[in-house]
Design a protein around this ligand. Structure first.
Ligand SMILES: [Mg+2]
Ligand SMILES: [Zn+2]
Length: 232
């Protein structure tokens, strides 16, 4: 009675969003709101309604900020963020059960790495955008671009990373909350969703489980593991 499409022989890999998922709020929006440069609201609106690509919109948002505020921007981003409950427990479970845990974030290096530093995640398992403070304005850099199979202008392309883990070898699991997770959600075996991503999964008929904290995610993973063991 093994559920079709998943097998205990497949290694699990988790692709976990950062902003609004690992952290309770969206850090990019929080930074922009706090420093409040003229013109940010319409750019955020255009990203949410998908009138601008994420890459285009995020690049434009940070170009509104002067690099002279570098220290203030970084300090605000780090002090403002709250890590969602159960994150440590989920990471521990993944380690104990040989589940590969990747952070696939559309966030920016200057807050993603410091906020994840207390957790024992290998640096090559953290994907995010970069930043360049050498000019007058904050310039976002894009070390993880879309591959030839994605034309969404992701900036940090989650689907390109997901495709490196073939469905035949991996049970692919995505955890996310919003627009940057929509394309990846269509590829994976299971989505843990909240907020806009839940609505999208309903709309597209994708398999999803809603979560509020990572404890909820863990409960489902444990139940599924026990189900698989019972089928051996
Ligand atoms: Mg998010
Ligand atoms: Zn892409």
């Amino acid at each position: 009675m093994t559920p079709s499409g998943s097998s205990s022989r497949q290694r699990k890999v988790i692709f976990c969003d950062f902003d609004g998922t690992i952290t309770e709020n969206d850090n990019i929006v929080a930074i922009i709101k706090h420093f409040n440069p003229p013109g940010w609201e319409s750019i955020v609106g255009d990203i949410v309604t998908q009138h601008k690509t994420v890459k285009q919109g995020v690049g434009e948002l940070f170009r509104l900020l002067s690099t002279s505020h570098r220290e203030k921007v970084i300090a605000y981003a780090i002090s403002n963020a709250r890590i969602r409950g159960g994150f440590t427990e989920l990471l521990d479970y993944c380690k104990q059960h040989d589940i590969e845990f990747l952070v696939t974030s559309g966030g920016i290096d200057f807050f993603v790495y410091p906020l994840l530093a207390p957790y024992d995640i290998p640096l090559d398992h953290i994907y995010c955008n970069g930043s360049d403070f050498s000019g007058d304005r904050i310039e976002i850099t894009w070390p993880n671009p879309c591959d030839d199979q994605c034309s969404n202008g992701c900036g940090m392309c989650k689907t390109a990373i997901i495709r490196r883990y073939p469905a035949e070898q991996y049970e692919r699991i995505l955890i996310g909350d919003s627009v940057t997770d929509f394309a990846g959600a269509k590829l994976v075996d299971l989505v843990f969703s909240r907020s806009h991503l839940t609505e999208k999964c309903k709309e597209l008929g994708l398999p999803y489980k809603e979560y509020k904290t990572f404890h909820d995610v863990l409960t489902v993973l444990i139940e599924r593991d026990q189900g698989e063991d019972a089928n051996l």
